[in-house]
Ligand binder design. Structure first.
Ligand SMILES: [Zn+2]
Length: 289
């Protein structure tokens, strides 16, 4: 895990003073996180902490930093890195800054909007000792209606969580060593699988919901190609045979149709399938190297 110093680090006094936090909410951001911050800020208790890890172009970042830190009842931290580093790596940086001071770590994305009771619902099972890793659902607008999509057993293996809506105890995080940076954008499924693999308790909290922005058109295609490539890396990392765990094109499309986590089931399915192919070719190359 890299530990490069951020370009900028702006923190409130209460974040600086060395005390401990009940819960820290970490938001990786390469675009404006302000709407999400506004949704989450009222949910933070006095002893909680908000950590935004900016990693992207600097344009506009200063206004966002000011609004993240301004008017904060609980501790707030703004870390700024000059280049995009991937959500998993950015979340790791946020946790690293905390140096073990937060009992519970919760993760949200900058372009989603958390429901009012999101954090309370998500952290409940962790606070009472019932769970080690909790995952919530994504509210999406698809086919003319709002629906909540919950993470399932990915690739016919183990329960997944969404990186944009999950929380973990400090002890579980330390045992797992954070998000892996070697499985592309499947770092969330990976951490849930690894957690279950060492006997940690992973479960879904259907009442912890964030509103998710589905990508459209070319953006959806690019996102799904990346997912497909990442899924190959994920299966390899867990020594699972691709022939048994990688979905076929019809399975991909019907899966998108049934659970609805796609603006277009065809674009999403085809994109993910293309990504799987690319991943397999790259794997074959690196096997030969
Ligand atoms: Zn902003």
């Amino acid at each position: 895990m890299g530990s490069a110093a951020p370009l900028a680090e702006v923190v409130t006094d209460s974040a600086r003073d060395g005390g401990t936090f009940g819960c820290a909410v970490i938001i990786p951001a390469a675009g404006c996180p302000c709407a999400q911050v506004e949704a989450i800020r009222p949910q933070l208790a006095d002893d909680d902490c908000l950590v935004v890890v900016w990693n992207g172009p600097r344009t506009g970042a200063h206004d966002c930093a000011a609004s993240v830190l301004h008017d904060s009842r609980s501790a707030a931290v703004w870390l700024e890195y000059p280049a995009k580093m991937g959500a998993g790596a950015a979340r790791n940086m946020g946790v690293e800054w905390l140096s073990g001071r937060a009992e519970v770590l919760a993760f949200a994305d900058s372009d989603d909007i958390a429901h009012d009771d999101w954090l309370a619902e998500l952290r409940k099972g962790l606070a009472n000792g019932r769970l080690d890793l909790a995952g919530g659902g994504l509210e999406i607008f698809s086919g003319g209606q709002w629906d909540v999509v919950l993470p399932g057993e990915d690739f016919w293996y183990r329960q997944a969580v969404y990186g944009s809506n999950c929380a973990i105890t400090r002890e579980a995080w330390q045992r797992l060593g954070g998000f892996s940076t070697r499985v592309g954008t499947c770092e969330d499924t990976d951490i849930a699988w690894r957690a279950a693999g060492i006997g940690l308790r992973v479960d879904i909290v259907p009442t912890a919901v964030v509103r998710y922005n589905l990508r459209h058109g070319a953006a959806e295609w690019r996102q799904r190609v990346t997912w497909g490539r990442s899924s190959v890396a994920l299966l390899r990392a867990h020594s699972l045979p691709l022939s048994r765990h990688l979905p076929t094109l019809p399975a991909l499309i019907s899966d998108k149709r049934s659970h609805g986590l796609a603006a277009s089931a065809v674009i999403a399915g085809l994109g993910q399938f293309a990504g799987q192919l690319a991943g397999k070719v790259l794997d074959a190359r690196s096997d030969m190297a």
